[in-house]
Design a protein around this ligand. Structure first.
Ligand code: PLP
Length: 401
């Protein structure tokens, strides 16, 4: 699944380059740093991997989402359509931008659907925060149609889907701005880190300044730089960037092995009556970090989870009840529990968050079980896992093995 399966000589070499100069800060110190610029190299490597014109590395995927919102001009009072199935950071970033999250339906891609977006649009809608979930991608053709038709801004949180693409364009690059996470669980990790991407030069310049107290990064006297906008500290350190750089170089290899493993799992598990899989709009563009399996309904999924637990099948997520990725677990959002007032409290929530009507999402996530795919599985480990899964699934649905 993740870069954290691989940590070796390449990561150590990049870190040691930084430690030898002692310059852990990504800017300035030109004379002492011996031409070591890991954050810049990391950005160039990510830009090359995904085909972005511009990439800017920051301290986390969460801060990269904030940069994506700010650089796309989303702020106070703007309604932003968000999915109810995502890592909470996508929603938090909207709230802390001063904007107002509006929840819409997902579909079997596990991402917002064009229909869901269309139904959630109001005269105040400024943007859609499209999250590409579980290593896959949304139905981009239909979604781009709605975006263009309503002249709204698309922002992509591809925190879980770096190296995924739809029709040859990487997730994160359909919108005005996009971002990836490099936390410990992603296809490539920096320990902690994130990368903002765009093909829009003006948006890139805004993100570059926003992530560093508004600095314009011109010249080599930081104290005398201009500040075209107000920003904050979302900087990545050279040490984190060094790890992210080595890990990004591994991504094509990880993606290829993940895809092989996922195809094997889908072929074998797909033979079981009642098992299906999340829709992958472009199978060639899957980053394949997760196998996303559907059972016929929520009850069957819950029974399967019980069987997995009984039979020692590990490495899966049942998001519906277990994880911090689903709206059913977000009581603090529903009840407006905040450290200090946000615009949701000041201006009023655009929806009744406690009584959202999202039947399609409830039904879809209810029957979903996702397995983190490991690139380092041996053939035998993979076969053993699939055999155990098969016994558990069949027994949960009363089928004989
Ligand atoms: C879709 C999505 N967005 C944003 C984030 C936040 O990334 P980070 O953990 O690097 O802050 C995550 C992390 O899991 C994520 O899955």
């Amino acid at each position: 699944m993740a870069g954290n399966e691989y940590f070796g000589a390449d990561e150590r070499k990049e870190i040691n380059d930084v430690l030898e100069t002692g310059i852990l800060f990504r800017y300035n110190h030109d004379a002492q740093r011996n031409n070591i610029w890991k954050a810049r190299e990391f950005e160039a490597e990510v830009a090359k991997l995904v085909g972005a014109k511009y990439a800017h590395a920051v301290s986390s995927g969460s801060t990269a989402v904030s940069c994506a919102l700010a650089a796309a001009g989303i702020g106070a009072g703007d309604e932003v359509i968000v999915p109810p199935f995502t890592y909470i950071a996508s929603v938090e970033a909207v709230i802390f931008a001063g904007a107002l999250p509006v929840f819409a339906e997902i579909d079997e891609t596990l991402c917002l659907s064009a229909e869901g977006i269309r139904k959630a649009i109001t005269p105040k809608t400024k943007a859609v925060m499209l999250v590409h979930m579980c290593g896959q991608m949304a139905q981009m053709d239909e979604i781009m149609e709605v975006i263009k038709e309503h002249n709204i801004v698309l922002i992509e949180d591809a925190g879980q889907a770096m190296a995924a693409s739809f029709k040859g364009i990487s997730t994160g690059l359909y919108g005005k701005t996009g971002c990836y996470s490099f936390d410990f669980f992603k296809i490539a990790t920096a320990g902690e880190g994130g990368v903002f991407v765009t093909n829009d030069e003006a948006a890139y310049k805004l993100a570059d300044s926003y992530a560093d107290h508004g600095h314009d990064h011109q010249g080599n006297n930081r104290g005398m730089e201009n500040h075209p906008i107000v920003g904050f500290n979302y900087r990545i350190s050279e040490l984190h960037a060094a790890v992210g750089l080595a890990q990004t170089r591994r991504v094509p290899m990880i993606r290829e092995i993940n895809n092989k493993h996922k195809k094997f799992m889908m072929a074998e598990l797909g033979k079981i009556a009642g098992v299906s899989f999340a829709t992958i709009p472009d199978a060639d563009g899957d980053s394949a970090t997760f196998l996303n399996m559907f059972l016929p309904n929520t009850e069957a999924a819950m029974k399967t989870v019980d069987e997995f637990n009984k039979n020692g099948v590990a490495g899966f997520n049942y998001w519906f009840t277990n994880m911090y990725h689903f709206i059913n677990q977000w009581n603090h959002i529903k009840e407006g529990k905040v450290a200090a007032r946000t615009n949701v409290q000041l201006l009023g929530a655009p929806q009744d968050y406690k009584n959202l009507d999202l039947p399609k999402t409830q039904e879809t996530v209810g029957r979903l079980i996702s397995f983190g795919i490991k690139a380092t599985w041996t053939e035998q480990e993979l076969k053993d896992l699939v055999a155990k899964m098969t016994i558990s699934i069949k027994s949960s649905m009363g089928q004989t093995a």
